[in-house]
Design a protein around this ligand. Structure first.
Ligand code: FES
Length: 73
């Protein structure tokens, strides 16, 4: 079982959530800075913003598509 992180060159950090014995993605908790939880139940893939323009932080909402975001060196 491997938890995989992949940074897209001009987009989010993609986290692939491995499946458990029942075939469903393993449980994951994503917390906002204030400690409140974001409902990500059942998601096999999570996209985390790297551009800073999302309105759904820390998750990517696609806002990187409208900006000149380049990956940090
Ligand atoms: S990387 Fe997608 S909104 Fe920031």
């Amino acid at each position: 079982m491997t938890l995989r992180f992949r940074a897209r060159a001009r987009g989010p950090l993609v986290v692939s959530v491995p499946a458990g014995p029942d075939g469903a993605p393993l449980p994951v908790e994503v917390l906002r800075p204030d400690g409140s939880a974001i409902d990500v139940a059942g998601r096999a893939q999570l996209l985390f913003c790297r551009c800073g323009r999302t309105r759904s932080a820390p998750l990517c909402d696609g806002a990187h598509n409208g900006c000149d975001f380049e990956k940090p060196e």
